[in-house]
Design a protein around this ligand. Structure first.
Ligand SMILES: [Zn+2]
Length: 213
């Protein structure tokens, strides 16, 4: 299995990783860079098969429904299969009529079920539901050619699904050869500080609403 990080290693978001095995290829995420002026086709990485013309390109796996992970799907062929959480797919579809731009709402591909593996050509994919501010977010374990790559996607430990993080730490996927780990907030706080939990923020909102006239 070969890996090419097209975008996301030197910036937050815009994530796009290409995997190749036995002449077949898939993508992990196809995000719009956060500093893009608009969702323009010029931001699309130069990857063979995004126009649907290359049978060696098998599809795209989206980790979660945030624009910096799926936004550039606007510019690819509708023939390309796109994997994501079933709820994430429904959210994109429901949002589409309200969006001013060409909003990507892929209607065919693989619907993830947490910890249930599925195959795409030579790749075996196991999604893991994670805690993140986007609903229905997943980390992805990809196996091919006897190698195991773990792609964390965006995640956190202090949200409503924080238990999923604890569960992953207590029982992580084993024998990983390569890990691609999101880390956009690793250095934002001093060591003795913590982000508030989502429940803390809910309580603050509740108080603000009660106190308002
Ligand atoms: Zn995200």
């Amino acid at each position: 299995m070969r890996v090419c990080i097209h975008r996301g290693a030197k910036e937050i978001g815009g994530s796009c990783v290409e995997l190749e095995s036995q002449g077949k290829r898939i993508l992990l995420d196809l995000g719009l860079p956060l500093d893009a002026e608009n969702n323009d086709v010029r931001y699309l990485p130069d990857i063979k098969g995004l126009d649907g013309s290359d049978p060696s390109f098998l599809g795209i796996l989206i980790s979660h429904p945030h624009v910096d992970h799926f936004g550039l799907l606007s510019h690819i062929s509708e023939d390309i299969s796109v994997g994501m959480g079933a709820a994430a797919r429904r959210i994109l579809k429901a949002a589409a009529p309200f969006m001013p731009c060409k909003w990507p709402a892929p209607d065919h591909g693989w619907d993830y079920e947490s910890e249930v593996p599925f195959e795409i050509g030579p790749f075996t994919i196991t999604p893991y539901l994670v805690d993140h501010s986007a609903y229905d977010a997943y980390a992805l374990l990809i196996e091919a050619d006897g190698k195991r790559l773990f792609y964390s996607g965006d995640f956190r430990a202090h949200g409503r699904k924080g238990k999923l993080f604890d569960r992953m730490i207590a029982n992580p996927p084993e024998n990983i050869d390569v890990m691609l780990l999101e880390g956009s907030s690793l250095g934002r706080l001093d060591d003795d500080k913590q982000f508030p939990t989502e429940s803390d923020i809910e309580a603050r909102f509740e108080k603000a609403f009660r106190d308002a006239g």
